[in-house]
Design a protein around this ligand. Structure first.
Ligand code: PRP
Length: 207
């Protein structure tokens, strides 16, 4: 027994694995293949919004067979992840100009669609040559903006709160290499996320 526990207690907070690391990797390769074919003679700018999409963006772009650039935006969304208000404030803009560029907005998840809708309006106003959405996860049950066109979609997932592979609950679990459903006692606040609990005390008070 070495004591090494690569995923730590965080993995034990997961009730059910929805998508394994291998399933995600295979789908990312599929999406990268489709994007590579569609942009064969072009070099798109892949734009992501911090932080959730970072894991997907890095894996996706490394699987592409075309030259790309990456850039990031940061926003605050008012309202919780479960109850979006649709009011968004830009905290960090892109570093590069996108006028005349082929832009691919890379998201980890589209839920209400309000974040992607806001970003599309913002980017479209800068006259890119083209603008498309690629999302790893599509959870359509709470969709408010139902006119969104998603060019590349990894998985449609059920109406469950998921974490891992970039997705968080109170900033925890992003590092998990799979996507899973959090235990109810963690979601309800009865038990704190593993990272908040003192070692050996899984039921410490939430911070
Ligand atoms: C997530 C995700 C999308 C957004 C989707 O970001 O990365 O940007 O929610 O939700 P919507 O379709 O209902 O607008 P979040 O605000 O959780 O921030 P994070 O990326 O830092 O986790």
């Amino acid at each position: 027994m070495t004591g090494r526990d690569p995923l730590g207690a965080a993995a034990r907070d997961i009730r059910e694995v929805l998508l394994t690391g291998d399933e995600i990797a295979a789908r990312v390769r599929d999406l990268a293949g489709a994007i590579t074919r569609d942009y064969a003679d072009r070099s798109p700018l892949c734009v992501s919004v911090l932080k959730g999409a970072v894991y997907f963006l890095t894996d996706l772009t490394r699987a592409l067979g075309i030259p790309v650039q990456i850039d990031f935006m940061a926003i605050t969304s008012y309202g919780s992840a479960r109850e979006r208000s649709g009011v968004v404030r830009l905290l960090k803009d892109l570093d590069v100009e996108i006028t005349g560029r082929h832009v691919l907005l890379v998201e980890d998840i589209i839920d209400t669609g309000l974040t992607a809708g806001y970003l599309l309006r913002l980017l479209q106003a800068r006259s890119p040559a083209s603008l498309r959405i690629c999302t790893l996860l599509d959870r359509p049950y709470r969709r408010i903006l139902d006119t969104l066109e998603i060019a590349y979609r990894g998985f449609e997932i059920p109406d469950r709160f998921v974490v891992g592979y970039g997705l968080d609950y109170r900033e925890h679990y992003r590092h998990l290499p799979f996507i899973g459903v959090l235990r109810d006692d963690i979601l309800s606040g009865e038990t704190p996320p593993a990272g908040l609990a003192p070692a050996g005390d899984a039921r410490a008070s939430p911070a």
